[in-house]
Design a protein around this ligand. Structure first.
Ligand SMILES: C[S@@+](CC[C@H](N)C(=O)[O-])C[C@H]1O[C@@H](n2cnc3c(N)ncnc32)[C@H](O)[C@@H]1O
Length: 634
């Protein structure tokens, strides 16, 4: 499917031929080549989402300025060094810095991007995009594209990206993600946002939203540990403990006539009718000529191998009808074999095989396939894509399926607003996500005690709250990085959602509010600052030190004026020499000598290299090494 909108914004066909000035005249040869290469790549795409983008703008955005981070101790919580980060600024800037420092290190990106409502819900190229923007849909897609292609580089090999989105925009975002992370779609969750009807009007009451899941190849949800209590060995099977699994599949006798057949237990001679609405999962030798072509065993083979379990039944429970008329009467009277849980009758008068059952002993239970514990490659049950409400009763289609998969649960959307009210004393933020939803997702997607979770559309900070809650539950040490914009506009220049909502909320959560106990945690508050192209020499020492720590360590301390600064430990020491003077050499040598490895960053690497000549010490130049990692061309 191709989704197109509006007409081309750039590259409109020009009727004139040179020497009339062109909009490309000012571009260098290098820029022109990059532009053409980007077009070649795009034109090679035959299937997917198409949208209008200003490629010159995109290219410039990605390749021009540097982003530094200012650490603001007065807005940070905890004494430092800090393990968690809140970054104020446009997330495009923050992500570019994070790609320099955390590429390949993030376990879970959990975001709730703006839904493109037209109510100024996203900031693109330093301006809010509202409903008067004629390119609104393409701009939204381009806005997300520029961020997602950076964000995917942050993920570990077993990392995952979870994206909350409403029903209206789900399809567009999914096509975009297919482009950003081709072949990496895992699936999507559905959660119910409210119990009441939606008052937006229209034909449908919109009461659900989605969470899209795209992941790198080694990702697995935590699922839930298999309950070993479900595995038993009531028939002394030599293969050991097993649990019964349904023998049926969701196909009817009309769609799969070949697998609608009766089964007989050879040990008792009792017969088991097939459910006309859920036929057997396995083929029968009586209907397949060449069984060597089958991908799985026939039912007869499974019975011979004793891998089918027939539930015990008393002779008094066995049913038998001697004439077809007796059988029909029983059906009309509501008697006859039924599904054990739902009580749906298995016989109907319209079934073509009723004659077969006359005179046969029919057992009341259902045979099942033995699922052996020793054959399990994974000891976890998968996750249901249905996110149930807190008290919702989940209707398991098959008997005994309750432990076969994990259902995660969430409160409705109102929990988000109630939580913000309780923490900040007012409705400081519109439509925050319910913490229980984010906590359930963090629990499943970032189960490791040291996992790093990033939310670059943090808004009121629900993801950070969820990470600290989860840590408190399982004594984890997960870290969060939240990025939030200020939402300031010319009309409200002092508005600062990041500082006044996100950071305030996290600070109250860490200190405890009302009757809610404090949650262990901290955060450093950072602010993005762009450094103009070609002005890398303007970078400040404090900004360098912040970037270097983020690059090498799991925590961040404030800059202090000193001949050199160190962080890390003896296995890997990071050193920054802001102003080199020979006086500091002796102390520098003493600091790095006992380490297994060390890296000294300085503005004069050659001078220091000549004096500090240890094989385990690496020397790197500031600002060049940062510029290079950032992706700036020299
Ligand atoms: C749907 S809200 C996220 C709400 C969040 N999940 C919560 O529970 O509070 C999206 C947020 O993205 C922010 N946003 C929009 N454009 C942004 C940008 N360019 N950089 C950073 N944040 C941005 C909006 O200001 C808004 O706070």
């Amino acid at each position: 499917m191709i989704v197109r909108s509006e007409s081309l914004k750039v590259g409109r066909p020009c009727k004139c031929i040179s020497p009339v000035p062109s909009r490309y005249d000012h571009l260098s040869q290098e820029e022109l080549i990059r532009l053409l290469e980007a077009r070649d790549r795009r034109d090679a795409t035959r299937f997917g989402l198409v949208w209008e983008a200003n490629e010159i703008e995109r290219d410039r955005a990605i390749n021009s300025d540097f982003v530094a981070l200012d650490l603001l101790p007065e807005l940070s919580v905890g004494p430092g060094p800090w393990r968690n980060l809140i970054i104020e600024g446009d997330n495009f800037d923050a992500l570019r810095h994070l790609r320099m420092t955390y590429a390949g290190e993030v376990k879970c990106i959990l975001i709730d991007p703006p839904y493109n409502t037209g109510k100024k819900d996203f900031v693109y190229n330093d301006r809010f995009v509202d409903e008067n923007d004629s390119w609104r849909f393409s701009t939204w897609i381009e806005f997300l594209y520029q961020r997602l292609i950076i964000a995917r580089d942050l993920l570990r090999e077993d990392g995952v990206m979870l994206l909350c989105i409403n029903d209206e925009n789900r399809a567009k975002l999914e096509l975009l993600l297919d482009k950003v992370m081709p072949g990496r779609r895992i699936g999507s969750f559905v959660w119910r946002t409210k119990d009441s009807a939606n008052d937006a009007g229209g034909n449908m009451s919109q009461v659900h939203e989605h969470v899209l899941v795209y992941a790198n190849p080694r990702f697995q949800f935590a699922g839930k540990a298999l309950s070993l209590d479900d595995y038993r060995n009531p028939d002394d099977d030599p293969l050991g403990d097993w649990t019964p699994q349904p023998l049926t599949k969701a196909e009817t006798r009309l769609s799969r006539p070949n697998t609608y057949y009766p089964i007989q237990d050879p040990a008792t001679g009792y017969w088991y009718p097939c459910d006309p609405n859920a036929v057997w999962r396995y083929a029968t030798e009586t209907r397949v000529e060449d069984t060597s072509q089958l991908r799985s065993d026939t039912i007869e083979e499974l019975i011979r191998k004793k891998e089918i379990y027939f539930p015990a039944c008393k002779p008094s429970e066995v049913m038998r009808w001697d004439t077809l008329e007796d059988l029909r009467k029983a059906i009309r009277a509501g008697k006859g074999p039924r599904l054990p849980k739902k009580k749906t009758p298995l016989f109907r008068e319209d079934l073509p095989d009723l004659e077969f059952w006359v005179g046969k002993p029919i057992a009341p239970g259902r045979p099942s396939r033995k699922d052996y514990l020793k054959r399990k490659t994974k000891m976890v049950a998968p996750l249901s894509s249905w996110i149930a409400g807190k008290n919702e009763e989940v209707d398991y289609v098959f008997d005994d399926m309750e432990n076969a998969f994990e259902v995660i649960r969430s409160e409705r959307g109102g929990e988000g607003t109630d939580t913000i009210n309780a923490i900040l004393g007012n409705k400081a933020f519109n439509f925050p996500k319910p913490p229980s939803l984010m906590r359930a997702l963090v629990t499943q997607a970032a189960p490791g005690p040291d996992d790093l979770v990033v939310d670059f559309f943090a808004g009121s900070g629900t993801t950070g709250h969820a990470v600290l809650q989860r840590n408190a539950e399982d004594k984890g040490r997960r870290r969060f990085i939240l990025v939030s914009s200020t939402e300031a506009t010319p009309a409200e220049p002092d508005k600062n959602i990041c500082r006044d909502v996100c950071a305030r909320r996290m600070s109250r959560v860490i200190e405890g509010y009302g009757d809610t106990p404090a949650l262990p945690g901290d955060f450093a508050y950072l602010r993005c600052r762009r450094i103009k192209p070609g002005r890398m020499l303007d970078i400040e020492h404090a900004q360098v030190w912040t970037s270097l720590q983020m690059l090498h360590l799991d925590s961040l301390a404030a800059y202090a004026d000193a001949p050199f600064l160190t962080a890390g430990d003896e296995s890997q020491l990071v050193v920054y020499v802001p102003r080199y003077t020979p006086d500091c050499l002796a102390a520098l040598k003493r600091a790095v000598k006992p380490c297994l490895s060390a890296v000294i960053y300085s503005w004069h690497p050659e001078s220091i290299r000549q004096k500090v000549r240890y094989t385990h010490v690496e020397h790197a130049a500031i600002p060049e090494s940062l510029a290079l990692r950032f992706g700036l061309r020299a």
